[in-house]
Design a protein around this ligand. Structure first.
Ligand SMILES: CC(C)(COP(=O)(O)OP(=O)(O)OC[C@H]1O[C@@H](n2cnc3c(N)ncnc32)[C@H](O)[C@@H]1OP(=O)(O)O)[C@@H](O)C(=O)NCCC(=O)NCCSC(=O)CCO
Length: 259
């Protein structure tokens, strides 16, 4: 499948989406959103792909929405663009496979919102994160107001949104905004190692973790706990559960078949 604004690479059980507009710091225009949708449709259907990694080409992960488009958008078109952005981020969040944001540089505005829609964030020491939309007289429109608040708490989130300040990777790690920080030269290798470790697990159990955690975050505790019990029952219906338990009892590594 041909793409203009991103690259889609598959390596064994891993797939990489590499945002590919380095001259514009991988900023997000309508074409990129449309191509992300197409790439996600392909990856969803590919049973061999167990973990998706998203990164950017050049010095940025993604510098947010393409600001050069903003002069042309009337309010209705702006609403439509934000809706398209929201739908892509939500689709990544709901993808039935783990998604890792590999933050190689700037992750600003819609770029940070993209990273927030991923399950795990790993950043290079040089990465800078933030929601600078306030400096444009607007505010985050691809889910940042909600997802950042849930991840780091209201006090920290509103400060980030209201100042528009950029946060270094180490500070982002301290507040739980990224899972871990590694030297830039080791980023790809570390992200691959993490993805390969996860790819060895049962795809069904991984999808169940995503579903129960994501639905539970929005639900009252007792409802989340009930979803967990039901999902646990579903996990017991799989061949992978038979294999996992058998492998433990036979003191060997499990060989999951993702069913
Ligand atoms: C990311 C910054 C801090 C990088 O600064 P610097 O390293 O100095 O690089 P620049 O010369 O500024 O950038 C190179 C080139 O890319 C263009 N560009 C950068 N960001 C964008 C963008 N978001 N949209 C369009 N184009 C962008 C920049 O204009 C340069 O192009 P030239 O033709 O060479 O001039 C810095 O670039 C920065 O602050 N960017 C804006 C970040 C931002 O405000 N993001 C929020 C966007 S709104 C949004 O995301 C809505 C969704 O919630």
């Amino acid at each position: 499948m041909e793409f203009e604004t991103l690259e889609l690479k598959k390596e064994g059980h891993l797939a990489w989406i590499i945002l590919n507009r380095p001259e514009r710091l991988n900023s997000i225009n309508g074409k990129l959103l449309e191509e992300l949708q197409r790439a996600l449709t392909e990856l969803e259907a590919d049973r061999k792909v167990k973990v998706l990694l998203i990164t950017g080409k050049g010095k940025a992960f993604c510098a947010g929405a393409d600001i050069t488009q903003f002069t042309e958008l009337n309010p209705t078109e702006a609403w439509k663009f934000a809706k398209m952005g929201r739908e892509v981020m939500t689709r990544i969040e709901n993808l039935m496979k783990p998604v890792i944001a590999v933050i190689n540089g700037y992750a600003l505005g819609g770029g940070l919102e993209l990273a927030l829609a991923c399950d795990i964030r790993i950043a290079s020491e040089e990465a800078q994160l933030g929601l600078p939309e306030i400096n444009l007289g607007i505010f985050p429109g691809f889910g940042g107001t909600q997802r950042l608040t849930k991840l780091v708490g209201k006090g920290r989130a509103v400060e980030i949104m209201m100042t528009g300040d950029r946060i270094g990777a180490k500070d982002a790690e301290k507040m739980g905004l990224v899972n871990r920080v590694v030297p830039g030269s080791a980023l790809q290798e570390e992200a691959t190692k993490l993805a390969e470790k996860i790819a060895k697990k049962s795809a069904v159990a991984l999808a169940l973790i995503k579903e129960v955690v994501n639905r539970g975050v929005d639900a009252p505790l007792q409802s989340g706990l009930a979803m967990e019990s039901i999902g646990w029952g579903v996990a017991f219906s799989t061949e992978d559960k038979q294999e996992g338990v058998k492998a433990f009892l036979e003191k060997r590594e499990p060989n999951f078949k993702d069913r």
